[in-house]
Design a protein around this ligand. Sequence first.
Ligand code: XUL
Length: 518
Amino acid sequence: MPEKFLGIDASTQSLTAVAIDCGGADVLSESVNFERDLPSYGTRAGSVSNPSNPLEVWSYPRMWLDALDLLFERLSRRMNLGEVSAIGGSGQQHASVWLSDQNAFGASDGAAKGALSERIAKFFSSEKSPIWMDASTSRECAMITSAAGGEDYVLEATGSIATERFTAAQILKMRRVNPDVYEATKRIHLNSSFICSVLCGKDMPVDLGDGAGMNLLNLRQNIWDRTMLDATAPGLEAKLPKIDAAGCATGKIAQYFRRNYGFSDGACVCAFTGDNPASLVGVGASEGSNAAISLGTSDTFFCSNNVYAPVANAHVFGNPSGGYMNLICFRNGSLAREAFKNELQVDWNFFDRESFENSVPKNDGMFAVPFYVPEISPKVAAHAPAFFGIKNPLQDKARAVRLFIEGQFMNMFIQAQRMRSKPENIVLTGGASGSDGIAQTISDIFNAPVFRLSRTHNSAALGAAMRAACVAGGINLAELENKFCSRTLFKTPKNPEVYAQKLADFKKILESLPGYGQ
Ligand code: XUL
């Protein structure tokens, strides 16, 4: 019975491996930080932005290759890589890698340790990879939408409206701005399928989880969408990898990794996915009515969903465990909470706990729209929080905090409902997930128990390792979740009835905001 599996997550800032031992429940992690460990590339937290146009953001695929060597070098000092049965993986979504030859990956054969980047970089038709932080393609989004026959078509076919960071807009921009690069390119990989192909020494497919982040994949039929291909660039289909529609494509690990890091001949590599779909698996939420809320710089809501229900300003991706996943990003997350805490001149203890102990949830006609910057979910113009039904909000600080947090999560609930998502369990992750007040408010608004993970690992890399154990090791997902994603109950609903009416009123307020949905 195969027991050891490796998950690799190629995120924006680092390359992380998580090894799981399904014999017991041991987990080992190792990571390479791009900025700290590979300073010669001059990235800040793994990316570079154009000083004369900060909307343009890229990274270097060559750096990712150097990181792969460094990661395996470090990992091989801590474990016997020969015992790994299969590798799964994930990558930051949307990033594209531009290659002049689809057979480039065989070039690692026979190379000595550390020579991966030198062998493969020769085949880059662009040394840069535009990444998800790039927002410079509004014009291309408008062009694609118009050529495809309108926003409704793009949304219905691909699960998202044309979106700046998505790969189609980045491809059209490359074709417009650097037509020579577009012409010279024979293969456009995603970060995920690129790293997977390197590990296999041959061209590997994209999966439905990451492929859905391109605005090119028809999510009803699981094929490249003819209309979207034509709306993006001529001859595009021939430049794209195949699609792993069944979610079970595997290859054998390339000779380079066997020879230099001791992987066994039989070790296989499963098609990689996006970091968000892999995280859905890694937090144990890819099956059943589970949702995860990640409270970070921006807040993210994601859940599995058997229904295909795309809406503007949220995304549908393939779920690695089958069906779909929904992802909604909220720009006004932790940064907004911090700005409001500073405005009130209170500390985190007051913001996270005391304010909730000194106020009660009430359906009293008082509301806060908690947006410091224009929000994307829903699309509204905003530059400061707005209060309704309360005259001097800043004088009752405890109530003001409660209203602010209620506003954030009533909005999240309303947006999730639009995607027909009504989770029965919620897993909280990220920096603010320890806040009692926030967790209780979420539990009341969603009328669902809120859990925290018992152990914290890189959830994308863990999810990728679990995928390898399922796909290549034939191990049951429920068994893996029991071992690696155990959760503890944090809060249960106490006041759900207060929010039933409050939510309906808050929805009307949102819809009346300037620029709503435009
Ligand atoms: C999702 C997105 C980000 C990246 C981060 O659409 O752009 O979450 O996947 O790596």
